[in-house]
Write a protein that binds this ligand. Structure first.
Ligand code: KIV
Ligand code: ZN
Length: 530
């Protein structure tokens, strides 16, 4: 087995500066644009801190002009990030660029990423601009961005479907105006590795000044080739890859960061490139992003899926017992995965609980959240024989998500079973006052949600209701995800409890709180890009 898979990146064999690939994470911008994946400011700060700690080179923190919330998120992330470059996205209009410049100015190392669509179909239907106008706008936007920082990235949206001569001229003018990174997005995930390789190679070799800038890949996964295309781009000379944790992103998502980094580590013999990313943070980052975005990771997802290191069949298990290299090309530890550990018991006190939280990365929990989490842990330990680390993570995440909420679940009673009608009686705290309502419904979940709606009337649709188990066994906690949609805005809430109905009520209420926050922030931006 290639040694690189076993060791932290600092010990990787190939460390030639020319082979270094910069990792640009866009989980908080392109990833967050997935319908329903909206994150709160607190969520974003947590994700940014993990990205910074794992050695991500550039964090795209948001799209500042798209909403006040995004602007604030970019400002706050810029303030807390210690090492990574913090980047804000903007279209080519000066108002966009100025807003991005305002937001990233707090960063130690700011970057503005400005883009315009270049393909004929986008020019005609999206921009109503001809090629000459697009070329001029590309140059002007970079020049404007250079007023704020000398770290300017320019992107050609839908580059892979753009006429080569137009793309070439856009890149040339962007470089002339001072862009330091040129990004070639496969916006609709249309390309194939050979074609993408040839495109990057041609641009690098032909565009005047192309040898002075960093070429970047940004591949979407509509045909399942985002990672392969990104790596093909690197073989052709690109030295920045734009990607997201868990491959989060609109439609089929973006190239998955963890797959890209591990491919270069494990197959360093054929992909002799390196990054500064510490892969032992992947499992934690994946869980965090899945939790705050409420986008579960598919079980058989490479690197971070729950089955990625599971061996079920007898033949495989036998091989694994003799030598793990029989069926594992990298160790679980190399991506930060350790066996489910028994956590604490019902006799554990506050000090042990605080210690465990520290180990799990929750050292910054505020005092109220800590006290509430400790109380819930005691309740859980009473109900559940074995409390695992995952249980603690689920309940702490729940506390963090609900601390500042205006609506909270206080009590729930449900009548379920074959007889019907199923009923629910719920008490919610709304802005400090308790209110109770009863409802019948088509099943206990329907009854519970109707009772909530009777207290907090709203017209939101429920496009997603999903239940998963946090650990194994019939006493496992249920983790429920609820997505609500209102006026084109989608929000997702997560709730956990050993009682599936309580978890469902909590998830629904978390989503309702997010919806109320969104209403306050005003209309969602109609300017999402992929
Ligand atoms: O997919 C895309 O083209 C984008 C650009 C804004 C970089 O996300
Ligand atoms: Zn994109």
């Amino acid at each position: 087995m290639n040694d690189a898979a076993q060791k932290p990146s600092s010990e990787s064999p190939s460390r030639n500066e020319a082979d270094r690939v910069l990792i640009f994470d866009t989980t908080l911008r392109d990833g967050e644009q997935s319908p329903g994946a909206a994150m709160t400011l607190e969520d974003k700060l947590k994700v940014a801190a993990v990205l910074d700690e794992m050695g991500i080179d550039i964090i795209e923190a948001g799209f500042p002009i798209s909403s006040n919330g995004d602007f604030e998120a970019v400002c706050e992330i810029a303030k807390i990030v210690k090492n990574s470059v913090v980047c804000g996205l903007s279209r080519s209009s000066f108002a966009d660029i100025d807003r991005a410049g305002e937001a990233v100015k707090f960063a130690k190392r700011p970057r503005i990423h400005t883009f315009i669509s270049t393909s004929p179909v986008h020019r005609k239907w999206k921009l109503q601009m001809d090629a000459e106008q697009v070329i001029a706008a590309a140059g002007a936007s970079v020049a404007r961005a250079r007023n704020y920082t000398d770290n300017v990235e320019w992107s050609a949206e839908d580059a892979t479907r753009t006429e080569r001569d137009v793309l070439l001229r856009c890149c040339e003018i962007a470089i002339k105006q001072g862009a330091t990174t040129i990004n070639i997005p496969d916006t609709v995930g249309y390309s194939v590795p050979e074609e993408y390789y040839a495109l990057i190679k041609m641009l690098r070799e032909t565009v005047p000044g192309g040898d002075k800038v960093v070429w970047s890949t940004h591949c979407h996964n509509d045909l399942g080739m985002a990672v392969a295309n990104s790596l093909a781009g690197v073989r052709a000379g690109a030295r920045q890859i734009e990607c997201t944790i868990n491959g989060l992103g609109e439609r089929a998502g973006n190239a998955a960061l963890e797959e890209i980094v591990m491919a270069m580590k494990v197959r360093n013999d054929v992909l002799p490139y390196w990054t500064d990313v510490d892969a032992t943070h992947f499992t934690r980052a994946s869980k965090l992003v899945a939790s705050v975005s409420a986008f579960p990771v598919q079980y058989n997802k490479a690197i971070v899926g729950r089955n990625a290191f599971a061996h079920e069949s007898g033949i495989h298990q036998d091989g694994m017992l003799k030598n793990t290299e029989t069926y594992e090309i990298m160790t679980p530890e190399s991506v930060g995965l350790s066996k489910s550990t028994l956590s604490l018991g019902k006799l554990s006190g506050r000090a042990a609980f605080r210690d465990k939280l520290k180990q799990l990365g929750y050292e910054h929990l505020g005092d109220n959240a800590f006290q509430d989490a400790f109380r819930r842990f005691k309740d859980l330990a009473d109900k559940k024989k074995l409390v695992f680390d995952e249980d603690i993570e689920a309940l702490v995440d729940q506390e963090v998500a609900t601390q500042t909420n205006r609506i909270k679940v206080i009590a729930l009673e449900v009548v379920a079973g074959t007889g019907g009608p199923q009923k629910a009686k719920i008490t919610l705290e709304v802005d400090g006052r308790n209110e109770t309502r009863e409802a019948t419904g088509d099943g206990p979940v329907d009854a519970t949600f109707k009772a909530i709606k009777a207290i907090v009337p709203h017209e939101a649709r429920l496009p997603l209701y999903q239940v998963m188990a946090v650990t194994e066994g019939t006493d496992a906690q249920a983790e429920v995800m609820v997505r609500l949609e209102e006026d084109g805005r989608q929000v997702t809430g997560r709730g956990s409890d050993t009682d599936t109905m309580v978890a469902s009520a909590r998830a629904y209420v978390v989503a309702l709180n997010k919806l109320m926050m969104k209403r306050q922030r005003g209309p969602a931006a109609q300017m999402m890009v992929s």
